[in-house]
Design a protein around this ligand. Structure first.
Ligand SMILES: C[S@@+](CC[C@H](N)C(=O)[O-])C[C@H]1O[C@@H](n2cnc3c(N)ncnc32)[C@H](O)[C@@H]1O
Length: 215
């Protein structure tokens, strides 16, 4: 009841929402679950980067991308998420290997450490939760600061044919054009695709996935 009153007074608390999701749902009980994050992996593999490349999965949650990147031999992987619980679950699954990963609990729009620059910034279904212009501008500025010159950015969001909500929260949908337009000041488009993601409940969500290179 107290939470509900606070919610009404202050708007929803993003962090509590996500801690609650990851505390109460299993990996395979969420719509975004993927056994193999094939689009993301195909993109990262296509870059033929050295194994020393700095890769960050923004809003990575407890997804399997990090497991595959480790198997591919990448040595400098970071997973950032607003939910501590999500990262705990991923760490638990990975066991000893979790020590090879840098785990960061942060709202990406409040992330202020610019000491490390990334060769690859990956974001599947986190950016689209930013619905206010101010938050989006902050994200773009943080991505610009933290991605190396000529580094790569891969962003997947719901498309204009996709759902309007994810995990009960409003999302901003993007087409190839609107996403390219959003990032164009500092990033050159490499390519965009639309693809259907089949959820564990057998529903279909259409995504726009774009990859860019930092100018
Ligand atoms: C729909 S899930 C996608 C998880 C993962 N990227 C995947 O593809 O399986 C969204 C993720 O973004 C995280 N998230 C949402 N808003 C965030 C923010 N402002 N900063 C950092 N992480 C955020 C959530 O905690 C959650 O793990």
């Amino acid at each position: 009841m107290n939470y509900f009153l606070t919610f009404l007074r202050m708007g929803y608390d993003k962090k509590s929402h996500w801690e609650n999701v990851f505390s109460n749902k299993n990996l395979t009980d969420v719509s975004w679950f993927q056994e193999v994050p094939i689009t993301s992996l195909t993109f990262i593999r296509s870059l033929n980067l050295p194994k020393t490349a700095q890769i960050i999965d923004v809003g990575g949650g407890d997804s399997y991308l990090v497991d595959y990147l480790l198997k591919d031999g990448f040595e400098h992987i970071t997973v950032l998420d607003i939910s501590e619980k999500a990262l705990e679950k991923a760490k638990e699954r990975l066991g000893e290997s979790a020590n090879k990963i840098e785990w960061i609990v942060s709202d990406i729009t409040e992330y202020q450490d610019s000491s490390k620059k990334y060769d690859v910034w990956h974001d599947r279904a986190a950016f689209h939760f930013l619905v206010e212009n101010g938050q989006i501008e902050t994200y773009l500025s943080i991505a610009k600061t933290n991605i190396k010159n000529e580094g790569f950015l891969s962003v997947g969001t719901f498309s204009e044919q996709g759902p309007t909500k994810c995990s009960g929260l409003e999302v901003k949908q993007y087409s190839e054009e609107s996403m390219t337009d959003k990032f164009k000041e500092n990033f050159e488009k490499i390519r965009c695709i639309n693809e259907n993601h089949e959820t564990p409940f057998k529903t279909v969500q259409n995504f726009t996935f774009c990859t860019f290179q930092r100018k």
